[in-house]
Design a binder for this molecule. Structure first.
Ligand code: VG1
Ligand code: CO
Length: 544
């Protein structure tokens, strides 16, 4: 195998964000851009000679080209084996599972997740370690630092590898395994949930299902699991063909972007259960006939009912949520006497807690839930969890949610996103907010009295690492919160996220519209951050 050493120069913008490096495809197509970042990752890792690297992506534009480049670089850098999803495809949770199952050294996942795809849209790459989870900050910092000094990368002179059939092939010291991307994952799901019961509930028509794969990675997974294995009707999976541009849509599972599903679920003859996932298959949106479940509520409901699922029948060791996720799951944890951890935004912060056995379930308000079965959030797992719950409880989604609120109260919740804000304006907003924090405690705004106002800082309970500046939070004496953060996954300008939360114990008020119930907090948020005033906008781009 002939190895070339190519001279390169550093790019100054290769700092991974919340979940890997995400940029416009055009940025990734610059000479040496992808290669630099991949070489920076390899240079920062130790001891991979002869070991296994897992490789796959969500199938977006540039996925195939990137995979061919990475195969040649992994070969040149001395990996001993590559496990690649057929077609270059692997959902993020499936990749996590394969890393764990086959004891790989790590994996490279190619995805910009919920961001749109296509020649003028987004691409992304991230490294997952041998636990199957996204590289923690100490790694991503090292990757970035290396990328600032890099002067060459190594690449093998190989022909492009066939990605379209499954096979095992040896090229000198390198074994290449192209595998079916779905089988291992489907098997894992079968070991967690009661497939017999699910088959019966779907077969009898008790559960009618609609799943929107949003022309992204989950199509093949959903077809195999829901249709082939569980007997759902062929038309119960829509937008099932992964497309390089996701059909021109945002593969982001929320009511705004999964509009086809939303329309059907709120129509007169809606199915009993509807769900969607995102570009790389790690997110989930849960809906029932005429009802939408917020991700924060979904996490709490899962935690409260986990004992009904075979894999969690023995109970949960603990739970965790990202800081901006509502406190609904905290109430469940305190009732059942299990620990509840609050982490910064991004799945990489759950890894240590899961590895140490401190938690079994975790989730984020951004449509992400998962458990210790892999080290990523997992969209189809969440869907199967809900289906299993419905089948076991013999209750509708709406009844499950209402019963939960009656028992625990409702944490009324919403997130407002202002996207593609000019960087200077966004920085101005952050500075303005920061300057107010020290003086806010004790101040009274109508019925809201500020209890604390600070910037969230996290000390990892397992390795003691500290992550600062993880969002500004204003907490009130009645438990309400307003949180402000800048997104770390966007590729255009800055995205300001405002998270709003208020607890409602009174069951007669549980059916309120969240935007109405949160109106006072929405006004207060504007008073603090002035996003409308400073941008001239009148409303958020996305409300979830
Ligand atoms: C967003 C979400 C965060 C999630 C991340 C990756 O990050 O808020 O909760 O972990 O996306 O999800 P940010 O920094 O834009 O708020 V995925 O499905 O895009 O990999
Ligand atoms: Co995703």
């Amino acid at each position: 195998m002939q190895i070339e050493i190519i001279t390169t120069h550093p790019y100054n913008d290769q700092n991974p964000g919340t979940s890997g490096l995400r940029k416009k495809v055009k940025v990734f197509q610059q000479p040496g851009y992808l290669e630099n970042f991949v070489q920076s990752i390899f240079d920062s890792l130790d001891g991979y000679a002869g070991k296994t690297l897992v490789l796959g992506g969500d199938g977006r534009y540039f996925n195939r080209q990137a995979i061919q480049i990475i195969i040649k670089m992994a070969a040149a850098n001395g990996f001993g084996e590559l496990i690649i999803g057929q077609g270059g495809l692997l959902s993020t949770p499936a990749a996590s599972n394969i890393i764990r199952k086959y004891n790989a050294f790590g994996g490279l996942i190619l995805s910009a997740s919920h961001n749109p795809g296509g020649p003028d849209e987004d691409f992304g790459i991230k490294y997952n370690a041998d636990n199957g989870g996204p590289a923690p900050e100490k790694y991503t910092t090292a990757f970035y630092q290396r990328s600032q000094a890099i002067d060459c990368y190594k690449i093998a002179q190989l022909e492009d590898i066939d990605l379209d059939s499954t096979y095992i092939r040896q090229i000198e010291g390198l074994k290449i395994k192209v595998i079916d991307p779905v089988s291992d994952y489907a098997e894992l799901m079968q070991s967690i949930f009661d497939f017999g019961l699910l088959k019966q509930s779907i077969g009898s028509g008790y559960i009618t299902l609609l799943f929107d794969a949003m022309c992204a990675i989950t199509g093949p997974y959903a077809k195999r699991i829901f249709i082939d294995m569980l007997g759902a009707k062929p038309d119960s999976v829509i937008n099932a063909e992964p497309l390089e541009d996701f059909g021109g849509h945002h593969p982001d599972p929320n009511l705004a972007h999964a509009h086809e599903l939303a329309e059907r679920m709120f129509s007169d003859n809606a199915p009993t259960f509807g769900a969607a996932s995102d570009g790389d298959g790690d997110r989930n949106m849960i809906t029932g006939c005429q009802v939408f479940v917020t991700p924060s509520d979904s996490l709490a409901i899962m935690a409260a009912n986990a004992h009904l699922i075979p894999a969690y029948a023995g109970g949960l060791s603990g739970v965790a949520r990202s800081m901006p996720t509502s406190q609904a799951v905290d109430r469940v944890a305190s009732k059942y006497g299990i620990p509840c951890y609050e982490t910064p935004t991004g799945w990489k912060f759950f890894g240590n807690l899961l590895d140490a056995g401190k938690i079994t379930l975790c989730g984020e308000e951004s449509f992400g839930t998962g458990s210790n079965h892999v080290r990523e959030k997992d969209g189809l797992w969440a869907v199967l969890f809900w289906l299993n719950l419905i089948a076991r409880k013999r209750q509708s989604v709406a009844d499950i949610v209402h019963e939960h609120w009656q028992k625990f109260g409702r944490d009324i919740y919403s997130r407002h996103d202002y996207e593609a804000v000019e960087i200077e304006i966004a920085n101005g907003i952050v500075e303005h907010l920061r300057s107010q924090l020290p003086g806010l405690a004790g101040q009274v705004f109508g019925e809201y009295i500020v209890k604390y106002a600070d910037e969230f800082s996290y000390v990892d309970p397992v390795d003691g690492s500290i992550s600062k500046n993880q969002g500004m939070r204003i907490g009130f004496t009645n438990g309400s919160r307003i949180i402000f953060r800048l997104s770390g996954t966007g590729t255009v300008g800055a995205t300001l996220r405002i998270y709003l939360e208020r607890f409602e114990a009174d069951a007669s008020k549980h059916d309120q519209d969240a935007q109405v119930a949160l109106a006072d907090l929405i006004d207060l948020a504007e008073r603090f951050c002035e996003v409308k005033k400073r941008t001239g906008r009148t409303e958020p781009d996305v409300i979830t």
